[in-house]
Design a protein around this ligand. Structure first.
Ligand code: FAD
Length: 307
């Protein structure tokens, strides 16, 4: 798998702040949120393969673009909910350059964090202006101090398929291990500056599984979601993963248990237990339930054969 794996002899050459596709990091550079040299991963060999392993799993290098990943025939056939989610995020232009690693490690989209005019827990200060402003983007789960929702659609989709993250210096991580509680002051993940994300591994598709992705957003394109869900339905392996509601991608175990018990669309009602919010984001509680319900309706309705 040399196309995917990282040649470890290069390790020290890529420590620090990296640029992959550059769509997130250059924005932060422009706004004065980071300074100093960037290591361009395009100059580093390897990590650009998309390889099917003998057991049917797939390894994808960190430098693979989102466009290539979402349109790959093997990915579309084996993990349709994942391909739909990645193929629908941002814009075609961004997907053309953005990478697997950059997508997973992009920083929070919170406007207060991104603005050089504010200071917060994530930008070297303390407190959370988004919380004080009672903003409509805020999370509805999690104790803070940062209330910005996790930004990566890909991470939500990988969570729904039990994917593993391959990281030089850390080995193999689950999605929850990659992100921890999302509350570190200078990053949303648990990798250190010395650790490089080299790729992801998708376990073999489960026979009979159906999957899909649905988001509710303020506009159809070029926008992060208010709430988005990726669901896989298969007895013994139900997965309901949601973004836009917490500082990390979130699995809804109670919904999954209700689906395992045969509950159907009504299982979505289990999602809202424990949700808490300020008035500005309280609409997300209803949106969360409706997003899961609508996606379940679609996935549970047998597809009509084309005429
Ligand atoms: C209008 C708009 C709408 C968008 N909507 C969405 C959306 O709905 N969902 C979504 O998920 N994203 C969305 N995005 C964000 C976009 O997907 C990200 O900017 C992109 O995925 C980042 O990938 P990149 O390769 O350009 O990362 P870069 O900007 O190059 O890097 C991002 C970060 O990751 C680090 N990094 C990158 N690769 C590695 C590695 N291998 N190891 C260690 N660190 C690494 C870099 O140091 C940097 O800090 C949107 C962007 C825009 C502009």
């Amino acid at each position: 798998m040399s196309e995917v794996r990282y040649p470890t002899t290069q390790s020290q050459a890529v420590w620090g702040q990296r640029r992959a596709g550059g769509t997130d990091v250059m924005d932060r550079l422009r706004h004065g949120r980071i300074a100093g040299a960037l290591v361009d991963l395009r100059d580093v060999a390897g990590m650009e393969g998309l390889v099917v392993l003998p057991d049917g799993s797939v390894e994808v290098g960190t430098k693979v673009t989102l466009a290539r990943f979402a349109t790959d025939a093997k990915v579309r056939a084996g993990w349709p909910g994942l391909a739909d989610a990645v193929g629908g995020l941002a814009t075609p232009q961004i997907r053309q350059v953005a990478t697997i690693g950059g997508s997973l490690l992009q920083r929070t989209r919170c406007a207060w964090f991104r603005s050089p005019d504010f200071s917060c827990h994530k930008s070297g200060g303390s407190g959370c202006p988004a919380l004080a402003a009672d903003h409509h983007w805020n999370s509805i789960f999690g104790a803070g101090p940062c209330v910005a929702p996790h930004p990566s659609t890909l991470a939500v989709a990988l969570l729904a398929f039990d994917a593993l993250i391959l990281a030089d210096g850390r080995g193999t991580l689950t999605v929850p291990e990659l992100y921890g509680d999302g509350q570190a002051a200078d990053r949303e993940h648990t990798l250190t500056d010395e650790q490089l994300l080299v790729g992801v591994r998708l376990p073999p598709p489960l026979p009979g599984a159906v999957s899909g992705w649905l988001r509710t957003a303020a506009r159809a394109r070029a926008e992060w979601p208010l709430v988005e869900a990726v669901i896989r339905l298969v007895p013994g392996g139900m997965r309901v993963a949601v973004g836009g509601v917490a500082p990390v991608p979130m699995r809804f175990l109670a919904v999954e248990a209700a689906l395992e018990a045969g509950e159907g669309v009504g299982a979505a009602a289990q999602a809202v237990a424990g949700a808490a919010s300020n008035p500005g984001s309280s609409y997300k509680v209803m949106l969360l339930q409706r997003t899961i319900e609508t996606l379940l309706e679609r996935l549970l309705t047998p597809q009509k054969a084309a005429p």
